[in-house]
Design a protein around this ligand. Structure first.
Ligand code: 5GP
Ligand code: ZN
Length: 116
């Protein structure tokens, strides 16, 4: 995906503070952190969102979850963390490359959703 910003990060065309990388996934610090720990974990392969994931993507989706505990521990959130995958318009997704937020820090991240 030529113009996708997260694909550009995967290709090294725009910089990111990388926290982890393997053959399937890349993790880097969010540019506008909302908590002391705020990482993004993405598949290296472009997938628009969780709504477009297919059974073939099961392995990479599993890897994204599997690396989260170590990433949180190594980046200031040893006592727990929260994973968030915003999906599509209703989910409030802004970047159209599937990504999982890992948020945390020394203090609780707070209620799961804003009360409406
Ligand atoms: P979404 O709302 O789509 O779930 O979250 C997109 C996230 O990507 C936001 O938290 C935003 O700060 C982050 N983000 C957007 N552009 C960049 C970028 O170029 N670099 C990094 N590191 N994070 C970005
Ligand atoms: Zn992409």
């Amino acid at each position: 995906m030529e113009n996708c910003i997260f694909c550009k990060i995967v290709r090294g065309e725009i910089p990111a503070r990388k926290a982890y990388e393997d053959d399937r996934v890349l993790a880097f610090h969010d540019i506008h952190p909302q908590r002391p720990t705020h990482l993004l974990v993405i598949p290296k392969k472009h997938i628009d969102s969780l709504a477009q994931a297919t059974p073939e993507d099961e392995a990479v989706l599993g890897r994204m979850l599997a690396v989260s505990q170590q990433l949180a521990r190594d980046n200031g959130s040893p006592d727990g963390f929260r994973c968030i995958i915003n999906t599509g318009r209703v989910g409030g997704q802004e970047v159209a490359h599937l990504h999982m937020h890992i948020v945390g820090g020394p203090d609780p991240v707070g209620p799961m959703l804003k009360k409406i």
